[in-house]
Design a protein around this ligand. Structure first.
Ligand code: G3I
Length: 379
């Protein structure tokens, strides 16, 4: 994730022009492949471990919203406390790192699916659906590719990308609820990130990635995922325009992921408006990476602001029927990406040292309040 830059005056001309060449394509709409997981999402997991009635997943189930977390595969393999919180509190899990290309294909043609397969086995044992993250990004590419990519032709880069997307999606076919197919393709000004894919292939890399992913797993829900879409402005305007044009061309894109990495030093996003306008355009939406960082040490004022940001993000999702999941980007401060990225900031998650924080209680209370409203049918 790039550090957010000050917003600049935008143009979506690049997005529009890039789509002019896409031929009309007809694709079947996905149905949900993992219905087996839904029946065990509230009282017990399929492995028999109890789900507390006041857990985020149980309360979310009452209102038809899956509550999830990104999972640190190293911790899943080594901490029983981490495992039990992950199993008891969440009904969908996202691979924080083990489905990224550098892990999946460390050497060209040599695949390492074991860590991700373990996560999927854990999810299946605990009645959880899986968010695959992510297929195409500028970060965490394997070294064998980054070492040679600049010297490769467009056709060579396209062939490598196609092989990567189809082989990974095929391996996990039927086991992934939502795929983050393309991650963070937009700059703050609405232009396309000038990553290797865009340099070699233009915006067609995005279209192709969705087409290939759909070919490999027609039932998976395919998402474009980015940050700062929570705010109305140049980036979210460009993203909306682009995905609308993909849809008009019958490119198999189903949803847009709102990462929702918030920071108490910035104003609150008009997230509800943005969830609503993407949903109104015919897309599923999801909060995919929620966390709320602040400067350390956390003051009472900042704690209140963190609670308010978490509440705003969950309540926005609850108010939009096509918001199909709310995922925190890891649940415990011990393992958060934030301190190593934003010096002097942290405390972004809802637990610390495996103890729930006020942020957790805020989410719990919001879900309890929502259980009074009409349950939503999307679960
Ligand atoms: O696996 C290596 C390990 O072998 C090595 O010893 C160690 C020390 O160098 O690094 C390990 O890789 C780290 C990897 O996480 C796995 O732990 C990378 O250095 C580290 O940069 C990487 O950070 C991840 C980051 O994406 C990379 O951009 C974070 O854990 C992860 O939370 C973060 O997640 C991203 C989403 O994918 C996209 N949205 C933004 C979000 C936050 O940046």
């Amino acid at each position: 994730m790039r550090i957010p830059r000050a917003r600049m005056v935008a143009s979506t001309v690049a997005a529009t022009a890039a789509l002019a060449m896409i031929p009309a394509i007809a694709f079947a709409q996905p149905s949900h492949p993992l219905t087996a997981a839904t029946s065990s999402a509230t009282s017990h997991t399929t492995s028999g471990s109890a789900v507390p009635a006041d857990s985020l997943r149980a309360l979310g189930a009452k209102v038809g919203l899956r509550i999830g977390t990104a999972v640190n595969a190293d911790e899943l393999a080594s901490s029983s406390t981490y495992d039990s919180i992950t199993a008891q509190q969440f009904s969908t899990v996202t691979a924080e790192n083990v489905m990224k290309w550098d892990t999946i294909e460390p050497e060209q043609g040599q695949y390492n699916y074991a860590p991700a397969d373990k996560l999927i086995a854990f999810a299946e044992a605990h009645g959880q659906l899986v968010r695959g993250h992510n297929l195409v990004w500028e970060n965490q590419q394997p070294a064998w590719f980054t070492a040679e990519s600049a010297s490769l032709s467009a056709d060579q880069v396209k062939a490598i990308l196609k092989q990567h997307v189809i082989s990974e999606v095929s391996h996990f076919k039927g086991k992934i609820w939502q795929w983050d197919v393309v991650n963070e393709p937009f700059n703050e000004d609405g232009s396309f990130v000038n990553n290797i894919w865009y340099q070699k292939l233009g915006a067609a890399y995005i279209t192709d990635a969705f087409i290939w992913a759909h070919q490999a797993d027609p039932k998976a829900k395919l998402f474009l995922n980015d940050y700062n879409l929570e705010y109305t402005g140049t980036k979210s305007n460009a993203a909306l325009s682009f995905v609308q044009q993909l849809k008009a061309k019958h490119v198999p894109i189903n949803g847009v992921g709102f990462e929702t990495h918030l920071d108490t030093q910035y104003g609150q996003p008009d997230l509800l408006n943005n969830l609503q306008r993407f949903a109104a355009a015919g897309f599923d939406v999801a909060i995919t990476e929620a966390d709320v960082r602040t400067t350390l040490p956390v003051t009472a004022v900042e704690q209140t602001a963190q609670n308010a940001d978490y509440s705003l993000s969950l309540q926005a999702c609850l108010q939009v029927s096509r918001c199909i999941s709310y995922t925190v980007w890891g649940f415990d401060d011990q393992f958060s990406w934030v301190p190593s990225t934003f010096a002097g900031e942290g405390a972004a998650d809802i637990y610390n040292d495996f103890q729930p924080k006020p942020q957790y209680t805020t989410l719990q209370q919001d879900l309890e309040l929502a259980t009074g409203s009409a349950a939503r049918s999307r679960y």
